[in-house]
Design a protein around this ligand. Structure first.
Ligand SMILES: NC(=O)c1ccc[n+]([C@@H]2O[C@H](COP(=O)([O-])OP(=O)(O)OC[C@H]3O[C@@H](n4cnc5c(N)ncnc54)[C@H](OP(=O)(O)O)[C@@H]3O)[C@@H](O)[C@H]2O)c1
Length: 231
C-alpha cells in the first residue's frame, strides 16, 4: 500500500533525493518548495504525474502555509518531513562576531518553520495512517558534542530539537511519533562538494530509519542510520 509523504524543501538537495527515492519505490509525495514549478522537481513531477504533487510553500510565511494547507484540502499525509533549512552566512557565525540579522533569518527557517508546518498540517497527519513527523536537524545542534564555532546554525538546530520534543509530547496521546535526524554530511549546496555522502545515500537511510520508527522512537535524535545522538 503506497504511503503519502510530504517533504519541505523538495526542490533540491536532501529534499529532492528523498522525493526521488520515495517515487522510485512507489510512494506518493507532496513535494513542497518555494518554487516547485522549475528545475529537477518539475521534471520529476512531469514524469510521475500521479506520484508527485508539487506544492508551493515558503515555510517562513503564515500566508503561504495557509494557502498550501487549503490546496491540500485535508489530504491525508502519512509522513511529514520538515527538511527545508538554511545554514546562514559562511562568515560572522562566530561567538565573538555574529551577524544578528542572519541569525534571525536562520531561526525563521530552521526553528519557527518546522513547528509552524507541523501545527498547520497536523490534521492531515492525523488523517493518515503513518502518523509520523520527522525533522531534519543536525548533529551540529548537539550540545553534548562540546561545540565550537557556527553559533548561528548550531543554535538553530539545538532550538528546533527542543521545539519538536515539546511538540512530540503534545501529540503523544494522538499516537503521532516525532523524530529528529542528522542526515549525515551530505554533498548538497549546504554540505558542499567535499562532504561524506551522496544525497541518495542519506535519503535511503533516512527513509529506512523512518519506516522502522514508531511511538517507541518518538522524541529521539538519531542519525540517518538510526544511531542515537547526544542532545
Ligand atoms: N547537507 C548536509 O551536510 C546537512 C547536514 C546536516 C543537516 N542538514 C540539514 O538537512 C536539511 C536539507 O539540507 P540540504 O543539504 O539539502 O540543503 P540545501 O541543498 O541548501 O537545500 C535547502 C532546501 O531548503 C529550502 N528552503 C530554504 N528556505 C526555505 C523557505 N523559506 N521555504 C521553503 N524552503 C526553503 C531550499 O529551497 P530554495 O531552493 O527555494 O532555496 C532548499 O530546497 C536542512 O535542514 C539542513 O540544515 C544538512
Amino acid at each position: 500500500m503506497p504511503q503519502t509523504w510530504m517533504i519541505t524543501g523538495a526542490n533540491r538537495g536532501i529534499g529532492l533525493a528523498l522525493t526521488m527515492e520515495l517515487v522510485r519505490r512507489g510512494d506518493h509525495v507532496v513535494a513542497a518548495a518555494r518554487d516547485p514549478w522549475g528545475g529537477a522537481l518539475a521534471e520529476l513531477a512531469a514524469e510521475h504525474v500521479a506520484a508527485v504533487t508539487p506544492l508551493e510553500l515558503d515555510v517562513t510565511s503564515d500566508d503561504s502555509v495557509a494557502a498550501a494547507k487549503a490546496a491540500l484540502a485535508g489530504r491525508p499525509i502519512d509522513v511529514l518531513v520538515n527538511n527545508a533549512g538554511l545554514y546562514g552566512p559562511r562568515d560572522r557565525q562566530g561567538a565573538l562576531d555574529t551577524d544578528f540579522d542572519a541569525w534571525r533569518e536562520v531561526f525563521e527557517v530552521n526553528v519557527y518553520a518546522p513547528l509552524r508546518v507541523a501545527q498547520a498540517f497536523l490534521p492531515n497527519v492525523e488523517a493518515g495512517s503513518g502518523r509520523k513527523i520527522a525533522t531534519i536537524s543536525s548533529r551540529m545542534g548537539s550540545i553534548g558534542g562540546n561545540p565550537s564555532g557556527s553559533v548561528v546554525y548550531r543554535s538553530s538546530k539545538a532550538a528546533v530539537n527542543m521545539a519538536m520534543v515539546v511538540f512530540g509530547n503534545a501529540v503523544r496521546e494522538h499516537n503521532i511519533s516525532v523524530l529528529l535526524f542528522h542526515p549525515g554530511w551530505v554533498r548538497t549546496e549546504m554540505g558542499g562538494g567535499g562532504a561524506d555522502i551522496a544525497p541518495s545515500e542519506s535519503a535511503g537511510g533516512l527513509i529506512a530509519t523512518i519506516d522502522a520508527s514508531g511511538m517507541a522512537q518518538t522524541n529521539s535524535f538519531r542519525t540517518w542510520q538510526g544511531e542515537t545522538i547526544p542532545w
